[in-house]
Design a protein around this ligand. Structure first.
Ligand code: UDP
Ligand code: MG
Length: 138
């Protein structure tokens, strides 16, 4: 069990003015910021990041959505970070996300669902290093 996870505040949440509230929920939820940046992904970067979903029917729409506006990428630290962060954000479909979770509060649909959260320690490490060098994580 590792103690880091990776998140993105997705274009919908940034565009709808939820960036500050999402960061606050993350910090109040017990996560420490190790790295953070604000950027807009290129198509190539989004396709690479979501490469594991390449064969899924929603892949092209997901890539288009993720490059539609700026995002916030961050590495977070907490004991049991991956599982605890998935609990904090709630189910992929905000209609099924538990009350009080980030997706329940700020997401509108299963595709525009406000935040990304890593699904394993291995993917968390890979996703963190996709965006940040070791010198940028504190
Ligand atoms: N997604 C979608 N339609 C679906 C399932 C997923 O558009 O039916 C998008 C959604 O933005 C989701 C992302 O693809 O966050 C990655 O899907 P995954 O199953 O990994 O969900 P997550 O881990 O983000 O909860
Ligand atoms: Mg996932």
């Amino acid at each position: 069990m590792s103690n880091i996870t990776f998140t993105m505040i997705k274009p919908d949440a940034v565009a709808n003015g939820h960036t500050g509230n999402v960061i606050n929920d993350i910090i109040v939820g017990g996560f420490k910021l190790k790295a953070m940046k604000y950027l807009q992904l290129s198509k190539k970067q989004a396709e690479a990041f979501y490469g594991i979903h390449r064969e899924r029917p929603f892949f092209n729409d997901l890539v288009s959505f993720m490059i539609s506006g700026p995002i916030v990428a961050a590495v977070l630290e907490k004991e049991n970070a991956v599982a605890d962060f998935r609990t904090l954000i709630g189910a992929t479909n905000p209609a099924e996300a538990a009350e009080g979770t980030i997706r329940a509060k700020y997401a509108k649909s299963i595709d525009a669902n406000a935040v990304h959260g890593s699904d394993s320690d291995e993917n968390a490490a890979g996703e963190a290093s996709f965006f940040f060098s070791s010198f940028e994580m504190y």
